[in-house]
Write a protein that binds this ligand. Sequence first.
Ligand code: PA5
Length: 434
Amino acid sequence: MLKFNYKYAFEDAELKRYESKALEAFDTLTKKTGAGNDFLGWLRHPEMYDKDEFERIKKAALKIQKESEVLVVVGIGGSYLGAKAVIEALSDYFPLNKRTEIVFAGNTLSSTYMVELLKYLENKDFSVNVISKSGTTTEPAVAFRLLKELLIKKYGNEYVSRIYATTDKTKGALRVQANELRYESFIVPDDIGGRYSWFTAVGLLPIACAGVDIDKLMAGSLKAMNDCYVKDFSKNLALQYGASRNLLYNKEKEIEILVTYEPKLAYISEWWKQLFGESEGKDGKGIFPASLVYSTDLHSMGQFVQDGKRIMFETVLKIKEPKKDLLLKKEVSDLDGLNYLDSKPLSFVNDNAMMGTIFAHKDGNVPNLLIELDRIDEENIGYLLYFMMFSCGITCYMQGVNPFNQPGVESYKKNMFALLGKPGYEELAKKLNK
Ligand code: PA5
């Protein structure tokens, strides 16, 4: 299902030197002895998930599909990126069949975005899935309040049946609201943090509404879990990827660019950036995760990657079989000079652009790691996301950082609350205004 290749980055012997440290990190992660070990519910989630809630998610998705043209998913960070990534990866670029459209809100404070969204929804039947583990995050709370106002205006007392809340079992303002107003609700498990939660109700309800087969998605993540639990460095590719990142970091490669040649994977990269960025970027350490879509970005950032400051490596996400393909044909006049590609599939051109770029960047001292998936489908995407989370845990423990907290995110919040005039922040407000 997934292959990992480091031959365009370094020699076998170099990686071998990281084996024992990677195996130590494997024990720390799987025996749950490291920092943040109360957030390891995701590790065995593919087999331990709540099957009753899973069925309830499928039922709710059918109801939403039946009665809504649009589902608005309200959430930020880990509370929306997984759903957005999986839905984009598994949807057609130009869908021919009408289905419930999934749109996102609460991940920005842009007033223009909100005004245009409310206008767009005015004459459409819609439902809202509000997602917040803490139940207190400002961005989604503000968006939800505005959307609720429109729901009440359109549907009167019936509005409640169009709200689905995904939040903590007992704590937080959203839980209080869900209980009091009787929204249908789903649970974010206590021991699963936001960026590791795509395969709980957080991601699964919007993903199922988009028509994705969530059974197959879970099956893919279960397969990855079984492969990741093999304590053998020569076989465990998640260990090898985690160790490779450390090796390259120690060679002063401080930026990792996740590269895809399939634009619909761009949000998989966004999800991946949050996963690694929030997990690893702390205590003055960490690889800065970036992403590019080739060949589009070869005509912009390609110059920097080939020739700019030598501080990065690339991880190329290669897809073995494209979902769709077509053949190029000969033209009588050959004015564009492309007849040499006669009878070649377009994917052949894309694949060779990829190999040409890997060779060029390697020559330009940008090591390339390769992750190859068989195809883009539910099983492969489920596999990939679990694989990435496991590798992330390994890489962080190898660097001695806690992969499961995000203390840095709090700093902006305190200042924002003080500047907005939230009660309790008066002293800080005085300081900032001065
Ligand atoms: O990964 C994380 O923990 C964060 O990105 C959160 O998902 C994000 O801050 C949203 O938090 P919440 O779901 O509590 O609203």
